[in-house]
Write a protein of this length. Structure first.
Length: 394
C-alpha cells in the first residue's frame, strides 16, 4: 500500500512558500485572519480548479466530505472552509497577491522548458500574443460594462511557444482595445512576436518592437497602402505567391513606420485562402515566415483549454477582486502542473492530458509519474493449458 502524499498534495508541494509568504506580508493578506490564511485560500481554490467545482456551495460540500473521510488534512487544508468565509476572502483579499505569485511561478517554470524542441528550426525565442474576452453578467458585475447589455473582461496573454507557457498575463476590462496591451509587454531583443492583425498599429510596431531589436510577424490589414521596393524569387509550389520589400505610402502611416519592411503573400492550398503576412525579419525564407504565423494558433488553443479545464466560465464571486483572484489562481494552477510535469519527468502526455487525469485522481495515494507510465504487459506463451478449453468446445 502506498503511504505517500495524495496526488493533490504532490502538486501543491511546488508552491514556493518563502516567496509566497513574502508576497502575503507585502499586501498584509493575513492581517487579522483567524482561520483561512492566504495559503489555505490558494489550496482550496486550486482544488476547486482541478476538481471542476461549479459553485461555492459545491466547494463547501466537497471540503466537508473530505473532512469526514479524513482526507482534508492530507490535502494540506487546515479545516472545511464555509462558503461564506471563502466568498469573503475572495472579495476582500488583494488579487495582486496571486498575480505576483503567478509571476514567481513563471520565472521558475520557464527555465524548465527552455530546451524544449520547437516545430520550426529557428534559434529565436518565439512568442504568440493575443487576448480572449471572458463574458460576465452585467447585472451581477456592473463594474465590467462592455457594451450596452454585456459585461466582460479581457485576458491578454503572451505565450512562450517552447512549452506553450504563459509568460505575461494582463487583465483589463473588455472595452480596452487589444493594441493597448502591447505597451505593457517587456520586449526581448531578438525575439519574434506573432500577433493578429488586430494589433497592427504601425506606431507601436515600430517603436515598441522594431526599435527594441525584436521582430514581429502579423497580417496586413486590407486597407494598407504601400508600394513595392523590391521583389524576391519564390517557389510557388510551396504556397508562397510573392515575397516583397515594401514601404508605406499613406502620410500618417509612413510617419509612424518610416522604414521598409517585408510582405509575404501565401496561399493555403487546403482552403484556397490568401494571406498577406508582414514582418520586419529579413533573414528567414518566405515559407518559414508563413509557418511562423501558423504557430500563433497555439495561443488560441491555450485560451480554449484554460476556459474548459480551469474553472473561469462561471465565477465564485461577482466583485472585480473576486473575479481577478479566481483567474490568477487558475493561471497559478496551470503553472504548478507545468512545474510538476518537468520535476517528475513526465514526458509523454501534454499538460492538457495531465490535467484531465489529475482531476479524477486528486485524492489517491499514488506517485503522479505512475499515472502516466504505461506498464508493459507480458503475454505468456501458450503452455498447453489452453488445450483444456479447446477440448471442451469440441
Amino acid at each position: 500500500m502506498n503511504v505517500g502524499k495524495i496526488v493533490f498534495a504532490q502538486i501543491m508541494q511546488f508552491i514556493p512558500r518563502r516567496e509566497f509568504n513574502d508576497i502575503v506580508a507585502k499586501y498584509r493578506g493575513n492581517y487579522r485572519v483567524r482561520n483561512l490564511t492566504c495559503h489555505d485560500q490558494l489550496l482550496v481554490m486550486c482544488l476547486a480548479q482541478y476538481a471542476d467545482k461549479n459553485s461555492l456551495r459545491d466547494i463547501e460540500a466537497s471540503l466537508n466530505a473530505l473532512a469526514v473521510t479524513h482526507k482534508l488534512y492530507h490535502c494540506g487544508i487546515s479545516y472545511a472552509v464555509p462558503r461564506n468565509t471563502l466568498a469573503k476572502a475572495n472579495e476582500l483579499r488583494d488579487w495582486h497577491i496571486y498575480a505576483e505569485l503567478g509571476q514567481v511561478l513563471i520565472k521558475k517554470v520557464r527555465p524548465l522548458y527552455a530546451k524544449d524542441s520547437f516545430r520550426l528550426d529557428i534559434d529565436n525565442m518565439v512568442y504568440a500574443f493575443d487576448s480572449s474576452t471572458i463574458s460576465l453578467c452585467l447585472k451581477l458585475c456592473p463594474w465590467a460594462k462592455f457594451r450596452k447589455k454585456k459585461g466582460g473582461i479581457k485576458l491578454h496573454t503572451q505565450l512562450d511557444l517552447r512549452g506553450n507557457l504563459p509568460v505575461f498575463v494582463l487583465l483589463t476590462k473588455a472595452s480596452v482595445h487589444d493594441v493597448n496591451a502591447l505597451d505593457e509587454i517587456c520586449v526581448e531583443m531578438g525575439a519574434i512576436y506573432l500577433i493578429d492583425k488586430g494589433y497592427v498599429d504601425f506606431n507601436r510596431l515600430f517603436n515598441v518592437i522594431h526599435k527594441n531589436g525584436a521582430f514581429f510577424v502579423t497580417r496586413a490589414k486590407d486597407n494598407m497602402q504601400y508600394e513595392i521596393v523590391k521583389s524576391m524569387p519564390v517557389d510557388k509550389q510551396t504556397g508562397v505567391i510573392s515575397d516583397e520589400i515594401v514601404r508605406l505610402t499613406k502620410k500618417n502611416s509612413k510617419q509612424k513606420y518610416p522604414e521598409e519592411f517585408r510582405m509575404v503573400v501565401y496561399e493555403d492550398f487546403a482552403t484556397g485562402n490568401l494571406y498577406r503576412f508582414i514582418t520586419n525579419h529579413l533573414g528567414y525564407d518566405a515559407l518559414t515566415i508563413a509557418e511562423l504565423y501558423r504557430e500563433r494558433w497555439n495561443v488560441e488553443l491555450f485560451f480554449k483549454w484554460i476556459k474548459q479545464h480551469l474553472h473561469i466560465k462561471s465565477f465564485y464571486g461577482t466583485s472585480e477582486n473576486a473575479v481577478y483572484t479566481q483567474i490568477w489562481i487558475a493561471v497559478c494552477a496551470f503553472l504548478l502542473l507545468a512545474i510538476a510535469k518537468k520535476h517528475m519527468h513526465i514526458e509523454e502526455p501534454s499538460l492538457y492530458m495531465i490535467s484531465q487525469t489529475i482531476g479524477t485522481m486528486l485524492f489517491e495515494r499514488i506517485p503522479i509519474p505512475e499515472l502516466f507510465n504505461k506498464p508493459i504487459i507480458n503475454v505468456p506463451k501458450d503452455d498447453g493449458q489452453l488445450d483444456l478449453f479447446r477440448n471442451l468446445k469440441s
